[in-house]
Design a protein around this ligand. Structure first.
Ligand SMILES: [Zn+2]
Length: 321
């Protein structure tokens, strides 16, 4: 017989642990009815923090929310952690962007069946930008057109209302308010981008996240890396970009939070090698918002930050005479 002594702990130790567990569970369950009723609120898990912002605005205190991906996290490359699996398992609903944004989570999200729901489902297909070079059929970066993001608000509202029908009136009210805010953002961006001199109205970034932004707000957009950060860029891409910058006298190009700066740095070096200079216009939020508690930690704040950074970077300072 093998010696199983280490497994056979004296009964007392085990008894103590069990008693402590019992005491704890009694404490927890008798912790007051308030605590218990809080816990009965639906628990929503979102993939990106952009979707979390929509759920927070519509669900308010009536739901509990967490997002798997925080600030600066790249959804194209994101892999689920054991904690993510736990959260998804415990949740009442998982809301995700879809359109293959969450490339490596796609299979897991599909397998959740009714427990998960895509938030871009009601965007009319003819409003989506077709893209076939990265695994999906459409460009997934829909949040950069504030009017398209309103469809997402509708989807989130519907999802929350079916979880909590008795609150559907409140959800509808909050969704309406939030959509008004988005409408204001939309008009603001339209006006602001127009202030960039037409010749220089071109947004160059590493990964191609801003096609919807460009279409909605009339600015030409070029990305070096394609729609997904998983796509590599080549020397040819860099030299094409360098020529474009020099021809059009573009004053600035932009880095993105959560995306390697390598691509943008090689463009800057290429421009310098040809005797010109181009600035880094600042960092744009592309596939996630900023940290909670900062102005960029909300969708609206992130959006405004991007618009202001782009306008400042591409508008030559007028020196006082
Ligand atoms: Zn992206």
């Amino acid at each position: 017989m093998h010696n199983s002594a280490p497994d056979r702990q004296p009964g007392f130790g085990r008894f103590l642990i069990l008693s402590l567990l019992l005491v704890f569970s009694n404490v927890i369950s008798s912790c007051g009815e308030d605590e218990a009723s809080d816990d009965s609120r639906p628990f929503i898990v979102t993939t990106t923090n952009l979707i979390r912002d929509a759920v927070e605005n519509i669900g308010g205190d009536d739901v509990r929310i967490t997002s798997l991906m925080g600030p600066g996290v790249d959804p194209h490359l994101y892999r689920a952690t054991p904690r993510d699996f736990q959260q998804m398992e415990r949740s009442d609903l998982v809301l995700y962007n879809g359109l293959f944004l969450e490339g490596r989570l796609s299979e897991i999200l599909d397998r959740l069946g009714d427990q998960s729901r895509v938030v871009t489902g009601s965007i009319p297909r003819d409003k989506l930008i077709e893209a076939s070079d990265y695994g999906g059929t459409y460009d997934p970066h829909v949040w950069f057109d504030a009017e398209l993001w309103m469809y997402v608000i509708d989807d989130v509202q519907e999802a929350l209302s079916s979880l909590l029908p008795e609150k559907s009136g409140q959800f509808a009210e909050r969704a309406e308010l939030y959509k008004q805010e988005l409408e204001e953002l939309h008009l603001y961006a339209l006006q602001r981008i127009q202030q960039i001199p037409e010749e220089q109205r071109i947004l160059i970034t590493a990964h191609d996240a801003f096609q919807y932004f460009g279409r909605a707000y009339n600015i030409e957009v070029r990305g070096l890396q394609g729609l997904s950060t998983a796509t590599e860029f080549g020397l040819q891409d860099v030299s094409r970009m360098v020529s474009l910058i020099i021809e059009r006298r573009i004053p600035a190009i932009f880095i993105e939070t959560g995306v390697s700066t390598r691509a943008i740095e090689s463009v800057i070096a290429g421009v310098r090698n040809r005797g010109y200079s181009v600035q880094i216009g600042g960092a744009l939020f592309s596939d996630s918002m900023g940290a909670r508690g900062t102005p960029e930690g909300t969708y609206a704040g992130m959006f405004r930050h991007n618009v202001e950074t782009i306008v400042r970077g591409l508008t030559e300072e007028i020196q006082p005479s």
